[in-house]
Every structure is written in structure tokens, then in C-alpha cells.
Ligand binder design. Structure first.
Ligand SMILES: [Zn+2]
Length: 354
């Protein structure tokens, strides 16, 4: 087995690629209820979670993030399944650890990340709620530490205060902290913090990596990434969703389908089950990754909507050739659009009318 470098060494040496978006992809594979969005897959269908992690690893992810997003006490209470909280967290951590160590010959073992996220309980004026959130963070971080993870990711925070609380909880574990924020459609944090100021404050408080993940596609995340990269000295993260959000609709929550949709989702919005028509293609994800990489943003990934092919694009933008690059597009042998000498002219000349 090749030696395993830690997060900071990898960032200083070049960059880190972290696949996310398990929630959407596991749902699309039929192993999770949309809306409820609780990662019981770790207990009920561990093979499905393992397969997804393996697919992202094949495409170039350096990090296997334990799938505990939404696997926190408050969400489990909403579901009436609080007793599953600890088994779920431990199973997800074990699966992530197993996959991280099970790499192809000659490839460095992946980093394992514990994960905490927006609790939807945080309130800026409610000290009791804040204490409760901190307890939830502490117990999840505790299970991750017991499992021997290499870093903790705190993500998808739309309250600056909750992001700061997450960072403080992670710091107590002594592990590197990746803390990313996710402003809603008002383009500021829900507690009125400016987006870039929030990242600068996270850096000041000692985050190893700060930046943004989720809610926003490339177009509405990138302007902030430019500003954040200018403002902070620490490593910066950028992990957009894969949908074509716009200045009018900066997040996927209120993204309308204006692409000729004939069967709108019954719950009145395209989020979260009818977003397909607004998907970025792989070249848009590649363009995002190229731009971010050129800026010196070197913790990259893709969040909701991520499939392995997008992760491969990001890996290649970072100058890599992951195992999946063996299967890069080769149109030269396509039956209509190819250029191979064996292809019949009466077929290849038909391309524009096909
Ligand atoms: Zn996401």
C-alpha cells in the first residue's frame, strides 16, 4: 500500500477532490425517500452506499465522506427513529473507512471524512437551541473520532453562527476542519452575515479549509468563489450542485422548469425530484472546475446532482488521470459522427439529418 498523506499535505502538494451529493444520487438509485432524506441506506442497503463510494473513488475522489448528512438527532426525531441514530452513524463511518482503504493497486488510500451539517434547529436568538445543536455536533464528531477519521467536514450551513459553532466543535476533536457555507436565495447568510465575511471569519477562527458547497450551481456560486479566494489565505473549497441556477433563481430550491416541462412535480416545484431538465452537462462542470483550479481553489468537488462522470471531469481539470479516465470520450469510432476509415460514408454523411 502506498503511504497516505494527510489533508493539509495533499492541499499543499496540489489539491483535494471530494465527491459529495450522495443524498440525491442514492435517492435516484432508489434507496432513499426524497423529502425525508435520511441516510438509512447505511443500515438498510449498505452495498448501495459502498458501490456509490467506489464509483466516486474510481472517478478520482480523494476523500470518502461518511454518509451521515441529515443523520443527526433532530432529523431522526422528525422521523421518529432516534434509536437508529448511533447505529446509522457507525455503519456509515465503517463503510467509508472500508472503501477508503480499498483502493486500486498503486493508488494512495483515500482520506476518510466525518460529516456534520445544517441541523435546521439553529436559531440566532435561542441559546437552548444552540446548546442542543452543539450537543448534536459533539456526538457525531465523537463517533467519527472513534472511527479514526482523517478530517471532519462541516457543510451546508446557511446560518453563519451555526457554521462557527460547527468549527468550534470540530476544533475540539483536534482534526482538520473543512467548513463550507450555503447561502440561500437572498445571497446572504440567514443571520445577515455577508457570505465572504463569513468565510473570512471561519479562517480567522482556524478552519483548515473554507468556502461553499451545495444549493448553488456553478453560475451562482462562482462569483463568490472569486471573492473568497481573494479575501482569505487558507485553502478554499468549491462544491456546486449540478443544476443551472441563475441570478434570478440563485439556488435550486426555487429553480423553475422553463424548458417545456409537461408534467410538473405534484408538490409544486422542481426541487428536489424534477430538476433533471436543468442539469448542467459535464462540460459546464469541467468549465467550473477549470476556472476554480486556475484561481487557486484547490479543494474541489461536486454536491447534489453529482454522478461519477462529473467527478472525473473535476479530476481531469486538476491535471489527473483517475482510473475512469481510461473511458474518456472517443467520438472517432462513433457509427455516425466518427472518423474511422471503416465507417461508411452513407452513414457518416447523414449526421446532420439523423
Ligand atoms: Zn448538496
Amino acid at each position: 500500500m502506498t503511504t497516505k498523506r494527510d489533508l493539509v499535505t495533499r492541499l499543499d502538494d496540489g489539491g483535494v477532490l471530494c465527491a459529495e451529493g450522495f443524498l440525491f444520487e442514492i435517492e435516484r438509485r432508489g434507496y432513499m425517500a426524497s423529502g425525508a432524506f435520511v441516510p438509512e441506506v447505511a443500515l438498510e442497503n449498505p452495498h448501495a452506499l459502498r458501490t456509490l463510494h467506489k464509483d466516486f473513488q474510481h472517478a478520482g475522489s480523494d476523500v470518502v465522506q461518511a454518509f451521515t448528512y441529515n443523520g443527526h438527532r433532530e432529523k431522526m426525531r422528525v422521523l421518529g427513529k432516534e434509536e437508529l441514530l448511533e447505529p446509522l452513524n457507525k455503519a456509515a463511518l465503517q463503510i467509508a473507512t472500508d472503501v477508503a482503504n480499498d483502493v486500486p493497486e498503486g493508488i494512495e488510500p483515500n482520506l476518510v471524512a466525518g460529516n456534520i451539517s445544517n441541523t435546521n434547529l439553529w436559531h440566532p436568538d435561542d441559546k437552548n437551541a444552540q446548546k442542543e445543536v452543539r450537543k448534536m455536533f459533539d456526538e457525531m464528531i465523537g463517533w467519527a473520532v472513534d472511527a479514526g477519521v482523517d478530517l471532519i467536514i462541516g457543510e451546508t450551513f446557511y446560518y453563519a453562527g451555526e457554521a462557527f459553532a460547527a468549527l468550534e466543535a470540530i476544533q475540539q476533536s483536534g482534526l482538520p476542519a473543512v467548513v463550507t457555507i450555503s447561502p440561500m436565495g437572498e445571497n446572504k447568510m440567514r443571520d445577515d452575515w455577508d457570505v465572504v465575511d463569513t468565510c473570512a471569519e471561519l479562517e480567522q477562527r482556524g478552519a483548515t479549509v473554507t468556502g461553499m458547497n451545495c444549493f448553488r450551481g456553478p453560475q451562482t456560486m462562482m462569483p463568490y468563489i472569486h471573492e473568497i479566494r481573494k479575501r482569505v489565505k487558507c485553502h478554499v473549497a468549491a462544491l456546486p450542485i449540478t443544476f443551472r441556477t441563475t441570478p434570478e433563481h440563485p439556488t435550486f430550491f426555487n429553480l423553475p422548469d422553463n424548458n417545456g416541462c409537461t408534467c410538473p412535480a405534484p408538490h409544486g416545484r422542481s426541487f428536489p425530484t424534477a430538476l433533471e431538465a436543468m442539469s448542467c452537462n459535464r462540460y459546464e462542470i469541467r468549465a467550473f472546475a477549470d476556472e476554480a483550479w486556475a484561481l487557486g481553489v484547490n479543494y474541489l468537488g461536486v454536491c447534489c446532482g453529482a454522478v461519477p462522470i462529473y467527478i472525473r471531469e473535476v479530476a481531469e481539470a486538476m491535471g489527473r488521470r483517475p482510473p475512469a479516465s481510461r473511458y474518456d470520450v472517443d467520438m472517432s469510432r462513433h457509427f455516425i459522427y466518427g472518423s474511422h476509415e471503416r465507417l461508411a460514408n452513407h452513414i457518416t454523411s447523414y449526421g446532420d439529418r439523423a
